[in-house]
Design a protein around this ligand. Structure first.
Ligand code: ATP
Ligand code: MG
Length: 220
């Protein structure tokens, strides 16, 4: 059974006269333990694909399955339940609750999945290099720190599927390498990881690279 699968996804956006075809028939399967990079120019549909896979957005056509369960066209409460149990999501912004500290933000998905584990909070913060910043609030963090804190939140409940949009967009090469090493270790324990990225280093270390252009998967 696939960890996550997309079947012929379409997503259109309308603004006045203009229509953007953000996804035009994208199909994709990730098995447990796979690390896949989604690459493509800005505007090619990477974030749209990730939000549809996470059930945070509904595709206009096609559907998504997570661990064999259909996620698409279900009531939001059901999608939220499936997401809390199986999916970790890091988007390009707004991953953290502004009024909570970094450590308390990491606890949120654990509470939702009924798996509070303070040892894992410490481990995650250490792995993303934020132990010293655990009591800071999101407004006090740099761009790279926000992305790393968001990644710790996405990984908090040990999801079966991690969907990460530019997790290392604003970090230096050494920090990126450390984060990648950690994500690869999570894959070995069975997590399926999809990373949208412009990073050549991530593309090189991924098991597979999926290229998007104008909302379609293209060959290398
Ligand atoms: N909510 C929206 N309303 C209108 N158009 C949108 C919306 N979200 C995305 N788009 C458009 O859909 C296309 C795909 O956007 P998307 O954010 O998926 O690209 P991306 O590959 O993630 O780009 P980047 O590398 O810059 O993050 C773009 O043309 C974008 O302008
Ligand atoms: Mg994007």
């Amino acid at each position: 059974m696939a960890a996550v699968a997309a079947f012929d996804l379409y997503r259109f956006f309308h603004a006045r006269e203009a229509e953007t075809l953000a996804l035009r028939g994208v199909s994709l399967t990730l098995e447990s333990g796979e690390l896949v990079a989604v690459v493509g120019p800005s505007g090619s549909g990477k974030s749209t694909l990730l939000t549809c896979l996470a059930g945070l957005d509904e595709p206009d056509g096609g559907h998504v399955e997570v661990l064999g369960q259909r996620l698409t066209r279900r009531p939001e409460a059901e999608r939220a339940r499936i997401r809390a149990a199986a999916i970790g999501v890091l988007m390009q912004s707004d991953n953290l609750i502004p009024t909570l500290t970094v450590a308390d933000n990491v606890m949120v998905p654990m509470r939702l999945a009924s798996c509070v584990d303070t040892t894992r909070v410490d481990l995650l913060l250490s792995r993303v290099g934020l132990t010293e910043r655990r009591h800071a609030r999101p407004g006090q963090l740099s761009g790279g720190e926000l992305a790393r804190a968001g990644l710790a939140v996405a990984l908090a409940a040990t999801p079966s599927v991690l969907l990460a949009d530019e997790p290392t967009g604003e970090v230096d090469a050494l920090t990126e390498a450390r984060i990648l090493e950690f994500l690869q270790a999570e894959c070995v324990s069975g997590m399926a990881i999809l990373i949208a990225t412009h990073s050549v280093a991530i593309g090189a270390r991924a098991d597979r690279v999926v290229r998007l252009r104008d909302g379609r998967i293209v060959d290398a």
